[in-house]
Ligand binder design. Sequence first.
Ligand code: WQD
Length: 336
Amino acid sequence: MKVLVTGVSGYIGSHAALELLRAGHEVAGFDNLSNSSEESVRRVRELAGKPLRFERLDLLDAPALTRLLREGWDVVLHFAGLKAVGESVEKPELYRVNNVSGSENLLAAMDAAGCRRLVFSSSCTVYGEVKKNPVDESHPRAAANPYGRTKLDIEDLCFARAAKDPAWRVALLRYFNPVGADASGRIGEDPRGAPNNLMPFVMQTAVGRRDKVRVFGNDYPTPDGTCLRDYIHVTDLALGHLAALDRLDSFAGAQAVNLGTGHGSSVLEVIRAASRAAGRDIPFEIAPRRAGDAAAIWAEPALARAKLGWRAARGLDAMCADHWRWQKANPSGYAS
Ligand code: WQD
């Protein structure tokens, strides 16, 4: 298929583009490069041994977006967006304009071009305060922070479009905690500044860029007192998108599907697994809880298995081994 990828130079977008090319799709992508580097696109081309057209373009540039969509695409995979929870609390309007208005522009440009097949990068953040684990797609949605609000609003834009026009086929893929890297070690996660997320911080500590990991609280009602999360290998996540793309005809309108392993791992388990992968003890200290953290959240993955014929294949050790291979080979990310 002829696939257009938004946010193609980002962490998830670049891994999805690689797997799309490996599966034989024709792929083009764009990004505004506000939080990523075009180097990732160059490496995806090298790894796939195939062409990957790249355009520097912003979702807020509606005329340029309309021109690009008018070229005709079979499906759009939409990853572009700001995604730092903490930053979204400080700059809610920036997140609303960039993520929600930008997505509105994309949907309008798709509609004008007659392309109504979309796979959207949503997030388990839309579930807000977790009522019960494992979390399935019927769990109530709530905005826990401005970032989560944008994901929820974009889902609603998709639901509204599909309700008005049955020609729309939209897979709303709700990610849990993406970690890891392509097994080549050539592409991976490269957050700007000090990482907010656990795995990149742990791996940057392992490679010597950070002194120690601060564990945000060990007094939670969990087996070892630290928070549980459903970490999912970014390659499994990318393959989940290919499965959704292949089965988009079975989506009546817009439908949500969780992409998770169905297993919760603790912060200390992650640090231990990363230490095994790096072959060294990764220093950490117990620090105060981080505001807004849920004690535990992990996915019920049954719908993804039933509807997409997909399940996560890689466990925590593989996630850490692959993330470490990327970090060791690229201590300063794409800049190195
Ligand atoms: C995981 C656990 C922290 C850093 C976020 C987004 C969510 C999704 C995934 C995009 C928590 C603990 C973390 C550190 C720590 N992203 N931690 N020390 O908050 O579950 O989810 O990423 O869709 O939208 O909210 O991920 O990696 O920040 O935290 O102890 O230095 O690690 O307290 O328990 P989170 P995270």
